[in-house]
Design a protein around this ligand. Structure first.
Ligand code: AMP
Ligand code: AMP
Length: 323
């Protein structure tokens, strides 16, 4: 392998997007596949090399073999590798600011960064006894909404809670929209990339018999916000970039997503962010409306990441976009 011309990722989440984009920009690609998934990834011919593993955490033992490549992180990294191990033991260059994944995973840090960005955030309740309005109860880590539940008051909370440590958050009634952005360090600019919403089981079920929905993500839809709303989203993205520069040196690098909910009075709340590529960008291969307008060519999020890496390499600035 020649140094830095290979893009590596774990084969799940947004791997097809990342690998296809990397190939289009002229990189060689390496996919780490869990046994049982290799045939699927091989069938798309986007991986020049496949390493088959029993568990994604085997990537720690493969580091010597892949140390000259650039790893693109996505939602599976923290979910399957464990944040602490990923931050402490993983020394292969990772695209983006790894540190921001810590802020994404910690509820206190997450709220601090969102508040500094200038977006409203739903109220949080430290104890079930303090619940004074309908809440959504969430569990930690990128679990894709599985097991979340809604409670009207503390009694309902105790009836439904399994005792697992959770975040109790005000339930916002509104429409969710998840704008994804790309902050380019090389071009020093913020790009609104796309907007998606999630398809969740069973809250999105047409058949509503149990009235007790959970929010397990099963897919994503593209959505185009009113243009006046897109303007506000762009401002919030700018606020996030600024806040991340203040708290998470050197700030966010590349893709990030704000999970927004817009109520009937057009108040915009954010309950989460992701400091890396989200799976909603998979709706926009080969391009999104915004990326087409900006680039005048097909530009997926995977390709946008690879373009940034390519430009960084040609300007000898790779260290500015990896960590
Ligand atoms: P998977 O690709 O299904 O192995 O998912 C990897 C991790 O990312 C899991 O923690 C999932 O819950 C999360 N994830 C996968 N797809 C999505 C999605 N479309 N939206 C949000 N999270 C997701
Ligand atoms: P999250 O894991 O925080 O992205 O949440 C998963 C899903 O739960 C979201 O896609 C929303 O549909 C829903 N959700 C999360 N937080 C709230 C909230 N505070 N109010 C209403 N719905 C929410």
């Amino acid at each position: 392998m020649t140094k830095n011309n290979v893009v590596t990722c774990l084969a799940s989440h947004s791997a097809l997007n990342i690998l296809k984009g990397a190939k289009e920009e002229g990189f060689k690609t390496l996919a780490i596949c869990k046994k049982g998934t290799t045939a699927f990834y091989r069938s798309f011919e986007v991986a020049d090399r496949i390493i088959e593993v029993d568990s994604f955490s085997d990537i720690f033992d493969l580091q010597k073999d892949i140390e000259d490549t650039i790893v693109i992180p996505h939602g599976s990294f923290v979910a399957y590798l464990g944040l602490d191990r990923f931050l402490d033991e993983f020394y292969v260059p990772v695209f983006g600011n790894k540190e921001i994944l810590k802020w994404e995973s910690d509820r206190g840090l997450k709220s601090k960064l969102l508040k500094e960005s200038g977006v409203k955030i739903p109220m949080e309740f430290e104890k079930p006894e303090k619940i004074d309005r309908p809440v959504i109860v969430k569990f930690h880590g990128a679990r894709g909404g599985s097991g979340y539940f809604i409670a009207k008051d503390k009694d309902e909370f105790y009836k439904k809670s399994t005792g697992e440590d959770s975040l109790i958050q005000e339930l916002i009634i509104g429409a969710t929209m998840y704008p994804s952005f790309f902050y380019s360090v090389i071009r020093e600019r913020l790009e609104l990339f796309c907007v998606d919403r999630r398809y969740e089981s069973d809250v999105d079920s047409a058949i509503d018999v149990d009235h007790d929905p959970t929010f397990t993500v099963v897919g994503n839809f593209p959505v185009v916000p009113r243009e006046s709303l897109a303007v506000k989203m762009y401002d919030l993205g700018g606020g996030f970039v600024k806040a991340s520069k203040k708290f998470v040196h050197p700030g966010v690098i590349g893709p990030f997503c704000l999970e927004l909910c817009i109520d009937r009075d057009m108040n915009i709340y954010s309950f989460e962010f992701s400091g890396r590529i989200v799976a909603g960008t998979n709706c926009f291969i080969p391009h999104s409306p915004y990326s087409y307008i900006l680039w005048g060519e097909q530009m997926s999020m995977g390709k946008r990441i690879a373009r940034e890496v390519k430009e960084a390499i040609s300007e000898k600035r790779l260290d500015e976009i990896t960590s």
